[in-house]
Design a protein around this ligand. Structure first.
Ligand SMILES: [Zn+2]
Length: 126
């Protein structure tokens, strides 16, 4: 499904899967919505609690993103944990790239939550 006919890329929208409007006359997508929240500031920063929250649908390749507030003491799952720093920063610099990566993890069944029970199983490449 590629309604735009353009390159198969992520499209940022203000609302994911909005109610179908008369105007658009398009069927609402039934794809599952996934979310990921990650920190962009260092622990020492006073802005540490300001995180980026992404939600996306792999079926229609639409996503929403914005700043979310997560308390300092809350530990966020880190799907990029196995990556080297360089790779990590490359992904976090581009929302599209990050979404591609996360989407791949989901398809491979490597999404955090699925493997949290056995965290020692990841290869350490540092
Ligand atoms: Zn969708």
């Amino acid at each position: 499904m590629n309604p735009g006919g353009g390159p198969w890329t992520w499209k940022k929208v203000s609302v994911l899967h909005p109610p179908v409007s008369m105007e658009e006359g398009r069927r609402q997508c039934s794809g599952a919505i996934r979310s990921h929240v990650y920190r962009i500031f260092a622990f020492e920063s006073s802005l540490y609690e300001r995180c980026v929250g992404l939600s996306w649908c792999s079926a229609c390749r639409r996503y929403v993103g914005g700043v979310v507030h997560v308390p300092r003491d809350e530990v966020l799952p880190d799907p990029l944990a196995g990556l080297v720093d360089e790779e990590r920063s490359k992904l976090t610099r581009s929302e599209h790239r990050l979404l591609d990566h996360l989407d791949r993890l989901i398809r491979q069944g490597r999404w955090p939550g699925a493997d949290l029970a056995d965290p020692g199983n990841r290869p350490q490449r540092r």
